[in-house]
Design a protein around this ligand. Sequence first.
Ligand code: ATP
Ligand code: MG
Length: 343
Amino acid sequence: MAGFRRVANSQKCVRAGGHHNDLEDVGRDLSHHTFFEMLGNWAFGGEYFKEEACSMAWELLTQVYGIPEERLWVSYFDGDPKAGLDPDLETRDVWLSLGVPASHVLSFGPQENFWEMGDTGPCGPCTEIHYDLADGVGAPQLVELWNLVFMQHNREADGSLHPLPQRHVDTGMGLERLVAVLQGKHSTYDTDLFSPLLSAIHQGCRAPPYLGRVGVADEGRTDTAYRVVADHIRTLSICIADGVFPGMSGAPLVLRRILRRAVRFSTEILKAPPGFLGSLVPVVVETLGDAYPELRRNSAQIANLVSEDEAAFLASLQRGRRIIDRTLRSLGPSDMFPGEWGT
Ligand code: ATP
Ligand code: MG
């Protein structure tokens, strides 16, 4: 692939650890997942840069997908004097020349509009395209749809920035968010990608129906639990199909945390019967198996592994509860609960 100059791709992304960690947010909102599919286009070695990247993105969203221009907002990097970085006025001007009204062109500092993959490595200013869920009524309610990154610098281990010998474009658009926009939904969980999972959870747990509530409106956290379980079983299935199993350190440990989070939300809130998580694997295969045949090939192994790990975790939870109950019974009214292990 060394000779490729223009590339379009779709990548599996898991953001549950490291620099981009969304694990604790998943379930709480209507747009973040631990596993999602990121659509991207790339230009290597300056094959194209800001002007062409922005105009191709604008054309795809407004002409090909037919998203109304007035629902879109963009942002650009307004510089970082401390790091000696100027505002990215070139990108601002590209958006204005494409006809985006100045009121929909916003600028932000390095937190929002300077993209870094990790603590070191290629990085640069970015420009984001957001979609307004509010339909012009009331305050805009923006969700980020697409991020176009202009790789111009390298972050060194000592924190300093050096210009890259060649410039590149690296963009990412979340498929689930795009599908939500195209299907006229306010939430990625209301799209074809997730609704079969939500129905299967409803049936399998005999839980109250999913109502899409968030925050304090989500009494008893039922809808949060639906989202956590639907999200996490996708991530577990995708990772196991790729040969990452729940385990003790590194990526396997992250996967184990995901499994345990799914088990706790499903059993404690949705009152799922034992073995429930594994029973969702065929639904994941149904929704993602055409794109990722490795899911179909390994579906029995994935379901078995999820069920075994779920059973093992439920057993240790039960053991822990028994120890706590026994200890509580042995305490007098003014005793403090002992912190030492094994007492
Ligand atoms: P956000 O601010 O919404 O967390 P981000 O700035 O972390 O997004 P990028 O790192 O720029 O996002 O990723 C590129 C695109 O991938 C985003 O524009 C969005 O469409 C999608 N995306 C990012 N994180 C997630 C996630 N956790 N779940 C689903 N889609 C995501
Ligand atoms: Mg994020």
